[in-house]
Design a binder for this molecule. Structure first.
Ligand SMILES: [Zn+2]
Length: 269
């Protein structure tokens, strides 16, 4: 997959920095495969703070607060392998196609990102190779290694309760791309376990031009896949996080047999 010469990685991450991704429970025997594109708000040392204040990096523009903890809990409950991205979406967003202008965002939710302005081709390539490719290659290898058994992809995210002055009422949302069969099962099972309405492709629909992970690693290879978005005001304490893990795990277990029966299908892209 990689086209740039070796060495790009070395131009972004120092040897003592964490890798671009982390794999938890790689040999997990369950049917679910978990990914967390926005798990971390870490910035590679060489990029400083991208010109942002610590409180801006800690906010939802830098990552999905609480999502990594939920994903780790689910990995344990469902015996599912989990791949987490190691760096902030502001360095490069692992859920955006590279051609999308939000891949390396010059502004996010109205906040200008000074460290992303006027990047050279080389600076962009370094981020693509060191972070984006490394993370997605890891997911691809993991799914390749499981190709002889059922895999259902759950992409775990969190979202901010209000954006651009608009309140978002859903405590959780399930988003699908073209095939909504698995999403429908998951939404119904979750609906019995939450107070409020489960977002149906809310707060975000999945679109090929905007999303990468579900179209490419899910339907792109014929796997059922959803993005699960949890409103982050429900993920502020360990008890809240544990409750979401329990709910999601119980909902998944309830529909797992039916979901596996759906089988895989011809790749969609
Ligand atoms: Zn996210």
């Amino acid at each position: 997959m990689s086209t740039a010469p070796r060495g790009w990685t070395a131009t972004l991450l120092d040897p003592d920095e964490p890798p671009a991704f982390e794999i938890v429970n790689a040999q997990g025997a369950g049917s679910a495969v978990l990914v967390c594109d926005h798990a971390s708000n870490r910035i590679p040392r060489r990029l400083g703070s991208l010109g942002l204040a610590p409180e801006q990096l800690a906010d939802h523009i830098g990552w999905d607060p609480g999502a990594a903890e939920v994903a780790r809990g689910l990995s344990a409950h469902l015996d599912a392998p989990l791949v987490l991205s190691g760096y902030s979406r502001l360095v490069i967003d692992c859920n955006r196609p590279l051609a999308n202008t939000a891949s390396i965002a010059e502004q996010s939710a109205g906040v200008l990102v000074p460290g992303n302005l006027g990047l050279t081709t080389q600076a962009r390539a370094a981020r693509v190779e060191a972070l984006f490719r490394s993370y997605h290659d890891a997911i691809e290898r993991l799914l390749d290694a499981r190709s002889n058994r059922p895999s259902i992809l759950l992409s775990i995210h969190s979202f901010t309760p209000a954006l651009s002055g608009e309140q978002r009422p859903w405590p959780v949302g399930v988003s699908h791309w073209r095939d909504r069969r698995f999403a429908a099962l998951m939404s119904t099972a979750l609906g019995h376990r939450v107070d409020g309405i489960v977002g149906d492709n809310q707060p975000y629909p999945i679109e090929e031009a905007i999303d990468y992970t579900v179209p490419v690693h899910g339907e792109g290879r014929g796997l059922h896949a959803v993005m699960i978005e949890i409103r982050n005001d429900g993920l502020r304490t360990t008890a809240q996080i544990d409750a979401w893990v329990e709910r999601l795990a119980a909902a998944y277990r309830e529909i797992e047999a039916e979901a596996i029966k759906l089988g895989s299908f011809p790749a969609n892209i």
